[in-house]
Design a protein around this ligand. Structure first.
Ligand SMILES: Cc1cc2nc3c(=O)[nH]c(=O)nc-3n(C[C@H](O)[C@H](O)[C@H](O)COP(=O)(O)OP(=O)(O)OC[C@H]3O[C@@H](n4cnc5c(N)ncnc54)[C@H](O)[C@@H]3O)c2cc1C
Ligand SMILES: *[C@@H]1O[C@H](CO)[C@@H](O)[C@H](O)[C@H]1NC(C)=O
Ligand SMILES: *[C@@H]1O[C@H](CO)[C@@H](O)[C@H](O)[C@H]1NC(C)=O
Ligand SMILES: *[C@@H]1O[C@H](CO)[C@@H](O)[C@H](O)[C@H]1NC(C)=O
Ligand SMILES: *[C@@H]1O[C@H](CO)[C@@H](O)[C@H](O)[C@H]1NC(C)=O
Length: 744
């Protein structure tokens, strides 16, 4: 639609950064910019019998125009735009004509220099209704001033709208760049603050923490779902998402010039349909790279900001939802436009174009992805969800490539960037697996045992060949390559509960029983105590896995069915992922965990109780609610935990048995092994997170406090809101809430 006239083709970024400059290029009005072009476009309606272009797109039409045509053009320019404007406006075209087809335009003087006022008066005119000249026109003709004006208005409006199409397609990326920049800045400030181990914050910092960055969006619900259909992210994330939605709505409704008499789209409705459809289509597509970036396991931004995968996963979902809504508007808008223009026949005609139905298909597929991503399916059928998700995403990229094929590659980048992001993620995954086990021909063999009474799988993975040591709080994606009826493509995240005892701390009182109650005779517990059997070597990490219905249940079956025990499985280990929380920098650390969430305190306990990297003297208090008494017994035998509980006055543990019928749960030999004195306190019933946190706040008095939650949604939410409460009571003490979710 645009010809070679458009003077400004700055790079899009520059256009966005310097909007005012780009717009008022040295105070040139729309008239100055578009007048000559308007003459040219207006004259397109007249047939001068010009030489036909041999190669349609090699050079502008003007290069082939005959004398009456050029005379009309120059005259129109001279009369309505001014002499200078003609030269200026034609300079670029002239240049192209010379360079490409070696046909320079004749000069102004040469063509119309000796025309008199009367000559000009005498030439025929034509108006918006169009010229009614017979056959090829032999002499100059002129559009009326009104026609030139309406063309100027039309071209200016088009340029304006297109400018905002471009600018707003960049706005999405810039918005997230700003969010990430703020995140990086906040991280730096925070790490300084944490490094200085101050126990107080500025009132302002405290306010931000208490009102914005810690609480749930509304009320107390955050990890808990709403009726099994949705969850609402924490407040800070919700705010960012809200801003993003506002930005998208703004960018979809601003930046148009709509008026009666537009030369391309006569009615206001058509203009609205066309422009809004274009805009939403472009923005939707511009959101694609973000959707892919935020959805990846290996996401550079994750490393930059230190935000966890769950956070980016929320962004991933919301950007995708916004993009899908935009795609729907785009498709419906164009369909409506076509119906208005030519009804069913015309509509059917469009379906003969591959790009058209590829686009319609892409929209339908995007909606299907949303539909197949409902909370319910993600929770109940994770693997099905993942398979559909990936399959449909590939199809969306394909169809979108087909859809934008009409633009000669201008928009292809929005397909290739997601493809690159995706490829990068997969390559890094493979690299991580290789780095974990450089001798890939000897696959990692892990030992797996299952304790039915505890309902817990114990997986021991050797890591002596790994290029990096697992750090507290990090997690690995595990895939079973062979052993049992495994699906080798499935990979599931699990937190490292502990690593085998190596290093100086290992020798410390390994044999000291936790309490005088004696050791548990349970075979499973024994198996783990004497764990480093021949296969594992000296360095291995332990995962504690609660079996559910899929991957984890097959792992349990392997553990139970293989003989001799312990069973071995070949694994691919992708990791480590996640971050180590800066818990060492707090004076008091309180864990509120449930069930398999115990792996989080287990994972940190050695670091928190070791004195090697100096930090504040720490008080560690673990509150753990657990259904199986046997599991409690097994966990209390963990060397790291035992050492911490016996070695240091400052470590305490409260176990809350929620199993109800303990005669059944306790089962056999372990019954009286459960210790009930010393630093482990036993009680029955749920954890009262509110009072646990309150007590911790009181106990920490003037010192800094970290509250870490990992457990059922309800427990996590209670802990979160209790911590917010504590922040209010604690004045400006440094209190921080961390949540390690096992679901996203
Ligand atoms: C960072 C992180 C650390 C974790 N650490 C541990 C741990 O140390 N010990 C432990 O027992 N569990 C842990 N989990 C939970 C564990 O990943 C799931 O229980 C496991 O993936 C379930 O597999 P399944 O096929 O048996 O599940 P299913 O029976 O199919 O589903 C059970 C639940 O797990 C979710 N889920 C299934 N697959 C995945 C997946 N690939 N990624 C995320 N969620 C999934 C489902 O949405 C569903 O809610 C962790 C989860 C995360 C996200
Ligand atoms: C240009 O093409 C049109 C239609 O194809 C034809 O009618 C006309 O005669 C051609 N003009 C010249 C100068 O060849
Ligand atoms: C086009 O270029 C030629 C040669 O450079 C020049 O003579 C002519 O005046 C130019 N025409 C216009 C309209 O500027
Ligand atoms: C301009 O003047 C020249 C001679 O002076 C003449 O040959 C030419 O036809 C004139 N052009 C027009 C358009 O009248
Ligand atoms: C190991 O435990 C014994 C008592 O059981 C104690 O005397 C000794 O000091 C402990 N060793 C270390 C290094 O803590």
């Amino acid at each position: 639609m645009r010809c070679a006239w458009s003077g400004f083709r700055l790079t899009p970024l520059l256009v966005l950064l310097l909007p005012t400059l780009a717009h008022s290029t040295a105070d040139r009005t729309d008239h100055d910019i578009f007048c000559v072009e308007s003459c040219s476009v207006a004259l397109k309606k007249v047939w001068f019998g010009d030489t036909n272009r041999t190669e349609p797109h090699a050079a502008p039409r003007e290069c082939y125009s005959n004398v009456p045509h050029l005379q009309s053009l120059y005259l129109c320019g001279g009369v309505y735009c001014g002499r200078e404007a003609v030269d200026e406006g034609l300079a670029a075209v002239n240049q192209t004509c010379r360079d490409v087809v070696d046909r320079p335009l004749p000069s102004y003087d040469e063509l119309i220099g000796n025309l008199t006022e009367e000559d000009i008066e005498g030439f025929p005119r034509f108006d918006v209704d169009g010229p009614s000249f017979e056959g090829p026109v032999k002499g100059p003709v002129l559009p009326t001033e009104g026609l030139v004006e309406i063309w100027i208005r039309t071209l200016a409006a088009q340029a304006y709208v297109h400018y905002y199409h471009r600018a707003y397609s960049w706005a999405m990326g810039l918005f997230w760049a700003a969010v990430v920049a703020i995140g990086v800045l906040a991280r730096m400030v925070r790490s300084l603050e944490i490094r200085r181990e101050e126990s107080h914050l500025s009132p302002w910092g405290m306010w931000v923490k208490r009102i914005i960055s810690t609480p749930a969006s509304f009320g107390r619900r955050c990890a808990q779902d709403y009726g099994g259909w949705a969850t609402v992210p924490p407040r800070l994330q919700s705010l960012i998402i809200l801003l993003f939605i506002i930005l998208n709505v703004g960018c979809s409704i601003h930046g148009y010039r709509i008026f009666e008499g537009h030369m391309y789209f006569a009615s206001v409705t058509r203009q609205i349909l066309r422009h809004v459809s274009d805009r939403t289509g472009i923005i939707s597509f511009a959101n694609f790279p973000l959707i892919w970036l935020f959805g990846m396991r290996n996401n550079v931004l994750l490393w930059l900001t230190g935000w966890d995968f769950g956070t980016y996963n929320n962004f991933h979902r919301w950007v995708a939802r916004v993009a899908t809504v935009q795609a729907v508007i785009h498709s419906i808008g164009y369909t409506a436009l076509i119906f208005r223009e030519g009804g069913w026949d015309y509509f059917a005609f469009w379906w003969t174009f591959w790009f058209w139905w590829a686009g319609q298909l892409a929209t339908v597929l995007m909606c299907a992805i949303l539909a197949f991503s409902v909370y319910w399916l993600r929770r109940q059928q994770y693997e099905t969800f993942l398979l559909i998700h990936i399959g449909l995403s590939v199809l969306v990229l394909f169809t979108m490539l087909g859809h934008v094929s009409i633009f000669n590659g201008e928009y292809d980048v929005f397909v290739w960037v997601p493809v690159l992001i995706w490829a990068f993620d997969r390559v890094v995954r493979v690299a991580r697996i290789a780095a974990f086990n450089p001798r890939f021909w000897k696959t990692t063999r892990a030992q797996v045992t299952f304790n039915p009474a505890a309902d817990m799988i114990r997986l021991e993975v050797p890591f002596s060949s790994s290029m990096y040591r697992p750090r507290p709080g990090t997690f690995f994606y595990l895939s079973v390559l062979a052993g049992g009826d495994s699906n080798f493509w499935e990979s599931h995240p699990f937190t490292v509960a502990s690593t085998s005892n190596v290093g100086p701390e290992a020798v410390v009182n390994e044999t000291t029983p936790l309490l005088e109650g004696g050791r548990c005779e349970n075979t499973h517990v024994q198996a783990q105590q004497g764990a480093p059997t021949s296969d594992l070597g000296t360095e291995y990490m332990t995962f504690l896995i609660r079996p559910y219905d899929g991957f984890t249940s097959r792992l349990r079956d392997v553990a139970e069915s293989q003989w001799p025990k312990p069973a071995t499985v070949r694994m691919a280990v992708d990791g480590p992922y996640g971050r180590t929380l800066p818990l060492r920098r707090f004076h008091h650390v309180v864990f509120v965990v449930g069930g398999s969430g115990i792996v989080v305190p287990l994972s940190y306990i050695r670091q928190l109780t070791s004195s090697s990297p100096a930090g504040p003297p720490r008080v560690v208090h673990i509150h753990w609610s657990v259904r199986q008494r046997a599991l409690a017994a097994e966990i209390l035998q963990e060397p790291d935990l035992r050492r911490a509980l016996t070695g240091s006055e400052k470590v305490r543990m409260n176990v809350y048995l929620t199993g109800g019928d303990d005669t059944v749960v306790a089962g056999g030999t372990c019954n009286d092994d459960v210790p009930d004195e010393g630093r482990v306190k036993w009680s029955y019933g749920r954890i009262d997170a509110a009072s646990v946190v309150k007590e911790a706040v009181g106990e920490a008095a003037d010192a800094s406090l970290a509250v870490v939650a990992c457990g059922p949604a309800r427990m996590a939410d209670d802990t979160r809101s209790a911590t917010v409460e504590g922040m209010r009571d604690g004045k400006c003490r440094r209190i921080e809430y961390f949540e390690e979710g096992f679901q996203w």
